[in-house]
Design a protein around this ligand. Structure first.
Ligand code: ADP
Ligand code: MG
Length: 642
């Protein structure tokens, strides 16, 4: 006999601290050799399972040393211990510890997943092992479709999957009827004969009698040990297969596991999904609406012309009632003489009742100049606009908008007709084309244009202008022109009793404001995505606590911390990615429906990508915590959970 396979020196195990501390194992010294078939006996509560967990590296001793093949186990980290369990040990438990959602074949194959074997390889090997153990026709059965004896045989097959040099069996027959118990014991004897080291834990002396060496333990101490049984040079075990699993294969496996875990609780998964779907869809819809209305507003302002300056009466920064009587027609004529001016359009106005026959209507009356059409880029539908000559002769002519046509001339041709405005007769000489509602929802077609001279004299009884719109030739110099108009008017009025607005700067301001609005909408939607993420976290936490035993089983069969982390993280990511994709689809569909109903929407790729990646990130961030919780579980604690 050469080096011992297992050497325990003064192993003790104490649970709890202080007053509550109970010492379960006390100064255990034990030497086992390769190929031995050992039974550890003792009454219930004597510490057998605790000893087995320490032997199988599922748990650590409180003190003492454990040498496995001459190496001190205390020097190994979590992952090295996982590899040890994977490569060296095979566990058989009283309650089988099979994964309920998986077939017998998949259960047996679990350890090979962590050994990096490809799926076909491990399926084939698992089938072969099960066939050897007499379960060839039960490969696809789930654990609850198998008898106790059959389940225990599945767990023996699993213990052998990666070789199972050392088989640790904790009361393997404890839950079985005597016939099945005998069969399982026969299998274990057979394994011992074929070279496996078998450590059998039992409280039953009859079962223990089958082993070559009976060790008795009582109250955490070894009270009887006949010493190493002589073993004929053990026959070498076939070397188990070891794949060089690629990360890709590992991820595919993890996605597969995630999908089957999710499908095992479809309703819950669907609810979690819904949270993400709603979050993503609302981000997309809100951004589309926000961007759509921004574009609409900017477009309608730009349609007035970005080359416009608007001069209004009243000092800048003057609150409350402004002086409205500062701008006069002469100011307008003076501005016309400045360079870079293409048109100057005055506005003097108010509302008045317009009458034709027995029909009444009260549109906006706008006194303006012949330049209006050119400056505002607003063509006529028919007839003509008034001319400079009309202005000078105080002509009583009017050009009417489409809403006025509809109100006063439902059947008749308006051109050439006379309408009564404030008891003056005006002849309709033109009809404007339809303009529609302004960005502020005002009907721009409900208007009558008259020469500003006529309007001032006959309709409004005053000559002060409400507004002068100046259009410039070269937009790049609009700021210079603005400054020159300001200088000119200050010189004329002896003070700044007017204000000038620059259309292009208004457009900038408006788009900045609506951009803020868009972000506001987007962030409200993002909050719903966040709530969806919290849903993912919630479900993952539930999933981790529900599946703690599964985690323990996976760890016992060799899963690294990384594998467990990966498995739960990928589960969270699958939910979020699926939710993200469905959410994108829903968001685009809702947006499309809204645009059919005439709501301005605008969608581009970036909000879609943004929303999807937010969903993905949500899964990553909110899945991380539960996944880490799972990965950091102690194998023995996880295994003993219900
Ligand atoms: P056996 O397998 O021989 O029946 P165990 O090794 O399972 O006994 O338990 C031995 C003793 O240790 C028992 O008294 C049990 O109550 C106690 N024990 C086991 N696990 C824990 C634990 N996690 N915390 C506290 N006490 C424990
Ligand atoms: Mg026990």
């Amino acid at each position: 006999m050469n080096t011992p396979l297992i050497e325990l020196k003064g192993i003790s195990k104490t649970y709890g601290r202080g007053e509550l501390a109970t010492t379960v194992l006390n100064d255990i010294n034990l030497t086992l050799y390769r190929g031995e078939f050992v039974a550890i006996m003792g009454s219930s509560g004597s510490g057998k399972s605790t000893l087995m967990n320490i032997l199988g590296c599922l748990d650590k001793a409180s003190s003492g040393e454990y040498y496995l093949q001459g190496n001190n186990v205390a020097d190994l980290n979590r992952d090295q211990l996982a590899e040890l369990r994977r490569d060296t040990f095979g566990f058989i438990f009283q309650s089988y510890h099979l994964l309920a959602g998986m077939s017998a074949q998949d259960n047996v194959a679990v350890p090979a997943v962590y050994a990096g074997l490809s799926r076909p390889e491990r399926q084939q090997q698992a089938a072969q092992l099960l066939t050897t153990l007499g379960l060839a026709d039960r490969l696809a059965n789930k654990p609850n479709q198998l008898s106790g004896g059959q389940q225990q045989r599945v767990s023996i097959a699993r213990a052998l999957m990666n070789g199972g040099d050392i088989i640790l069996a904790d009361e393997p027959t404890g839950a079985l009827d005597s016939q099945s118990g005998k069969e399982v014991m026969a299998l274990l004897s057979q394994l011992a004969h074929s070279g496996h080291t078998v450590i059998l834990i039992t409280h039953d002396p009859k079962v223990a009698a089958l082993a070559n060496r009976q060790i008795e333990i009582s109250d955490g101490r070894i009270i009887k040990d006949p010493g190493p049984s002589l073993v004929a040079t053990p026959s070498p075990l076939p070397t188990s297969q070891r794949g060089q699993g690629s990360l890709a294969a590992e991820l595919i496996e993890a996605v597969r596991t995630a999908l089957s875990a999710l499908s095992s609780n479809l309703f819950r998964a669907a609810l979690t999904l819904l949270g993400i779907v709603i979050g993503v869809a609302s981000v997309i819809t809100m951004l589309a609406i926000g961007n759509g209305s921004q574009q609409e507003i900017v477009q309608s302002i730009s349609a007035m012309g970005s080359n416009l300056l608007s001069v209004r009466p009243g000092a800048p920064n003057q609150f409350g009632r402004r002086t409205t009587s500062t701008l006069v027609a002469a100011d307008m004529q003076a501005i016309k003489e400045l360079p870079n001016i293409s048109a100057v359009v005055p506005e003097i106005g108010g509302s008045a009742t317009v009458r034709f026959g027995n029909l009444d209507h009260s549109p906006e009356i706008n006194g303006t100049s012949a330049d209006f059409v050119r400056a505002r880029l607003w063509p006529l539908a028919k007839g003509t606009f008034f001319t400079e000559a009309d202005e000078q002769s105080y002509a009583t002519v009017a050009v009417i908008g489409q809403s006025v046509v509809a109100a006063l001339f439902p059947q008749q041709e308006p051109l050439g007709q006379y309408v009564m405005i404030n008891s003056h007769l005006f002849q309709v000489i033109g009809v404007m084309s339809a303009k529609g509602a302004s960005a502020w929802g005002q009907d721009q077609d409900d208007v009558v244009f008259v020469p500003y001279t006529t309007g001032g004299l006959r309709l409004f009884g005053q000559q002060f202008l409400r507004n002068i719109t100046v259009s410039v030739n070269e937009v790049e110099h609009i700021n210079n022109t603005e400054a020159e108009i300001k200088r000119l008017l200050i010189a004329r009025h002896g003070g700044e009793d007017f204000q000038i607005r620059n259309m292009s700067s208004i457009i900038d301001t408006v788009s900045a404001t609506t951009q803020t609005f868009t972000w506001l909408l987007g962030s409200i939607a993002a909050i719903s995505l966040l709530v969806g993420g919290i849903g993912v976290m919630n479900i993952m936490l539930v999933s981790v606590s529900e599946r703690t035993r599964e985690i323990g089983i996976r760890m016992a069969t060799g899963a690294h911390t990384r594998h467990i982390l990966q498995q739960f993280l990928i589960e969270a990511l699958v939910v979020s990615a699926l939710g993200g994709a469905l959410g994108v689809a829903l968001g685009l569909a809702v947006t499309a429906v809204l645009s059919i109903f005439g709501i301005a929407v605008y969608y581009s790729l970036s909000p879609v990508l943004l929303a999807f990646s937010c969903a993905f990130a949500t899964g990553l961030i909110f899945g991380w915590l539960p996944a880490r919780k799972a990965a950091q579980l102690d194998p023995v604690v996880a295994l003993s959970s219900e």
